[in-house]
Structure formats: structure tokens, C-alpha cells
Ligand binder design. Structure first.
Ligand SMILES: Nc1ncnc2c1ncn2[C@@H]1O[C@H](COP(=O)(O)OP(=O)(O)OP(=O)(O)O)[C@@H](O)[C@H]1O
Ligand SMILES: [Mg+2]
Length: 260
């Protein structure tokens, strides 16, 4: 049996398991124990919102899921496969795990269209004409179809962030990670980005979202995880979490963010 057959069989066998699985994950930055025994399973189509105080490890946790950060111990699997360490397999994993950051990270010297085309051609080996068609369709879907031939700097922050989402979607990811995607935006642009995320969630995309937008968490999340000091301290449905947080850390956190 070839190696390819073995892995295909393996992926068939796990197609019903969790899409993202973290088991006993630990990470240190020097003396700082930034992730402490993280155990987390995310089902297909589930939307998980990650909240918690600054420095609690939310971004680090997201970044370990597509291996932008390595871990010290424990294991992480996407769709039943352990995260590859390097090479082509890692590039493929990165394509399976879309990530949208606070800063838009678009290529400044490429047009909006080219930003969405590029990785499809380079990583997914999609023929250019097909990649362009997909890019136009996705730009249309996030409401910036008319901006395709402009450069990122000619767009508003909200438009740029929607392009960043389209770019990630162009890779046909299995899961999308959003790390404070609206934090750098002017208030009037926040909603246009949240709307795109809401419709993605409604279409069944598996999502991990770090956000301070509690309205989004309440309306779109299946589950809220509250992190403090590198641990998942509490997890619950949004309703239960926001109306009756159990831990003092969560109560304290919510009283601060919900009253400001
Ligand atoms: N590359 C790094 N080297 C050393 N320490 C780091 C590094 N990246 C993050 N840290 C530290 O790890 C801790 C967790 O950081 P992280 O960015 O994951 O927190 P966060 O919950 O996302 O916070 P915020 O809400 O401010 O974005 C912080 O104390 C931070 O200073
Ligand atoms: Mg962060």
C-alpha cells in the first residue's frame, strides 16, 4: 500500500470526528507558561468565540492551530491529522486553516484581485483563469466586487478586511481563525465585517473567533470559551455564559467590558 493510500484511508476514517482537536497543549515563552494544558475539540460547523483579558493567550492559542507558533507538549490535529512540522504538508495545512488578523496584511503592491488569486495559484495550483473567477465571485460575496482592480491602500479598513476574508476563503479552508478582526476598524466599519462573518457562520463554516464584540458572540457563537492566564477557565453557550458566568475571573471580566 502506498503512503498516499494510507493517509486517504485515515482521513476517511476520521471524517466524522472533531475538525480541530487540541490535547494537553502546553507552551512557554521563557518563564511564562502562556498555554496551560489546553484541551479543546471543535466540531464541524461550530463557531467558537474566544474571549478573555489581554495577555491571557488567545492569540497564541489561535496561532498554534495553524502552526505559526510551535507547542512544547500535547498534540493538535486538524480533521484527524496531526499538524505537520514543515514543508509541503505544512503549506497545505496553512491553506486548510484560514486566518484573519487584526491588521489586514494584504500585499500592498498587488491589486485586490491579485491578493485573492495569488495563493490559489501558488499553493493550491489552481489554473489562473479559474483562480480569477473564484476571486471575483468571493469579492462579490463579501461586497467589494467593484474594488477588484484597486490597490489595498485605496480601500477603507472595512473593505480591506473583507478582502482579507475573501483571500482566506479562496483557499477553501476547513476552518477559519479570526483574531480580533474588527479591533483596528473605525466603529462604522465594524458591522460590515461582522455581517460577512455572520453569513459565513450561517453557511456552516467552522470558525474560531477572538473578539470583543459581545453582540457577535451572542448571536453567532455556538460556544464561548473564556481564557485567563493561559487556561480555558470556563466554557458555555453564549446565553449561559453572559447571563450567569461561573468563575470570578469571568464575572470580573464581563463587568468591565459590558459597562464601558
Ligand atoms: N513572541 C513572544 N515572545 C514572548 N512573549 C510573548 C510572545 N507573544 C506573546 N507573548 C506573551 O504571551 C502572553 C499571551 O499573549 P497573547 O498575545 O496570546 O495574549 P492575548 O490574549 O491575545 O492578548 P490581547 O487581548 O492583548 O491580544 C502575553 O503575556 C504576551 O506578552
Ligand atoms: Mg491577542
Amino acid at each position: 500500500m502506498t503512503e498516499e493510500t494510507v493517509s486517504d484511508t485515515a482521513s476517511d476514517a476520521v471524517a466524522t470526528g472533531p475538525l480541530v482537536s487540541l490535547k494537553g497543549v502546553d507552551k512557554h515563552y521563557g518563564a511564562l507558561h502562556v498555554l496551560q494544558d489546553i484541551n479543546l475539540e471543535i466540531a464541524r460547523g461550530e463557531v467558537v468565540v474566544l474571549i478573555g483579558p489581554s495577555g491571557s493567550g488567545k492569540s497564541t492559542l489561535c496561532r498554534t492551530i495553524n502552526r505559526l507558533e510551535t507547542i512544547d507538549s500535547g498534540s493538535i490535529a486538524i480533521d484527524g491529522r496531526p499538524l505537520p512540522a514543515e514543508g509541503k504538508e505544512l503549506a497545505r495545512l496553512r491553506a486548510d486553516v484560514g486566518m484573519v488578523f487584526q491588521s489586514f496584511n494584504l500585499f500592498a503592491h498587488k491589486t485586490v484581485l491579485e491578493n485573492v488569486v495569488l495563493a490559489q495559484v501558488k499553493v493550491r495550483k489552481v489554473p489562473r483563469a479559474q483562480a480569477e473567477a473564484t476571486a471575483r465571485e468571493l469579492l462579490e460575496r463579501v461586497g467589494v466586487g467593484a474594488q477588484a482592480d484597486k490597490y489595498p491602500a485605496q480601500l477603507s479598513g472595512g473593505q480591506q478586511q473583507r478582502v482579507a476574508i475573501a483571500r482566506a476563503l479562496a483557499m477553501k479552508p476547513k476552518v477559519m481563525l479570526f483574531d480580533e478582526p474588527t479591533s483596528a476598524l473605525d466603529p462604522e466599519m465594524v458591522n460590515e465585517v461582522l455581517e460577512v462573518m455572520r453569513s459565513l457562520a450561517a453557511e456552516g463554516m467552522t470558525m474560531v473567533v477572538v473578539t470583543h464584540e459581545m453582540g457577535f458572540a451572542r448571536s453567532a457563537a455556538n460556544r464561548v470559551l473564556f481564557m485567563a492566564d493561559g487556561r480555558i477557565v470556563e466554557e458555555n453557550t453564549p446565553d449561559a455564559f453572559f447571563t450567569a458566568p461561573r468563575s470570578d475571573r469571568a464575572k470580573d471580566f464581563l463587568s468591565k467590558i459590558l459597562t464601558h
